[in-house]
Design a protein around this ligand. Structure first.
Ligand code: UT7
Length: 322
């Protein structure tokens, strides 16, 4: 694992200069104290590249062992092609398959799920899986956009998955989507649907920034997280007592604590670093997993569950024996 975040720290009180908000509102509603914002010249690819180099170095593989790249993002550098193609070029990987996954906050687990299937079927040996975002470039940093602007941050996290004979394993992944909720968390434009392009000067900036029905998303998140964690437990005949750590997508500290309560576990079992980075969408789980490892919270043979919920709605879990 490896991660990268921009150096530019934005504290809650810095946001007060840009919009009508307060440190107290942000901390009490979300648990966030600060987040990172990429500067103008730092792109999603830059963060993905740095995180990948760290993961490659820590895993001890050579980069040309990688035979597939899967990258989750909703803030790619270009409309097309994907960031994975830029990453492939920068890592000098010759012609290996590379593609992006647009499953918002669940994209890292979706990507992990695909990588796992490729490895288990023998079609790939070493897969680089990345979640990377510079989504703060898309948000409106004013009072009109404050409900979104205070929550999100930039970053990237990367994992190397490799076929091996040891006990460490992705035991299962479960992925879900409920597309009827698309409009509760979305960015409508730019797109190809009528009115969502710069056609006939109909540029409407609201359509070009993310929208979230916060309360609805919150309500669904606290339902789906425990559901998909329990699905992973049942599939693997594990009980919650077997699990060392739950690493949820870092959406909101209150959501994570609701998950802890519903699962009947201590708050410390549900990993949180949202106070430092905010919600980094596809990057939040690999960043959290890297930090949990660095803090010594996960040891060999420990059972870990990753869980995510986000736009789509999409939600997902992965059960791992470390
Ligand atoms: O990663 C994808 C998944 N995302 C999530 O899971 C996020 C889910 N939703 C949430 O985390 C929460 O709903 C929020 C943190 C977005 C909001 O918390 P809330 O307790 O649901 O607040 P609210 O929506 O009920 O808003 C309360 C008030 C509103 O004012 P009125 O209408 O009560 O007068 C908002 O206008 O807070 C106002 N408000 C703000 N005030 C200060 C909204 N944003 C801000 C702000 N600063 N940044």
């Amino acid at each position: 694992m490896g991660f990268s975040v921009p150096g530019n720290i934005i504290k809650n009180n810095d946001l007060v200069q840009l919009m009508e908000t307060s440190d107290d509102w942000i901390q009490s509603r979300s648990g966030i104290k600060e987040r990172r914002w990429a500067d103008k010249n730092t792109t999603t690819f830059d963060l993905a590249h740095e995180a990948s180099l760290k993961a490659i170095s820590k895993s001890g593989i050579r980069s040309n062992d990688i035979d597939m790249i899967i990258l989750g993002t909703l803030s790619s550098d270009y409309f097309f092609p994907g960031v994975s193609a830029q990453l492939q070029e920068s890592l000098e990987l010759n012609n290996v398959g590379a593609f992006d996954i647009k499953a918002a906050c669940s994209a890292f687990i979706y990507s992990l799920s695909i990588a796992d299937q490729y490895i288990k079927t023998g079609m790939a040996k070493t897969v680089l899986v990345v979640g990377a975002e510079t989504q703060t470039k898309l948000i409106e940093k004013s009072t009109r956009g404050r409900d979104i602007a205070v929550l999100f941050g930039d970053g990237a996290g990367a994992a190397i998955l490799q076929r091996s004979d040891n006990q460490s394993e992705i035991l299962s992944t479960h992925i879900h989507c409920e597309g009827k909720n698309i409009k509760n968390l979305w960015m409508e434009a730019p797109g190809t649907s009528p009115g969502s392009w710069f056609e006939e000067n109909k540029f409407n900036s609201e359509r070009f920034t993310p929208y979230m029905n916060g309360r609805e998303v919150f309500r669904n998140a606290v339902k789906r997280f425990p559901e998909v964690i329990n699905e992973a437990l049942e599939f693997n005949n594990l009980s919650i007592d077997d699990i060392k750590l739950i690493i949820p997508h870092q959406a909101n500290y209150r959501i994570s604590m609701a998950v802890a309560e519903k699962m009947g576990v201590n708050a410390s079992m549900v990993y949180s670093n949202i106070h430092k980075y905010g919600n980094t969408t596809a990057a939040s789980i690999p960043i959290a997993l890297t930090e949990a490892l660095e803090e010594g919270l996960i040891m060999k043979n420990d059972y870990v569950i990753l869980a995510a919920f986000g736009a789509g709605y999409t939600w997902a879990s992965a059960a791992i024996r470390w």
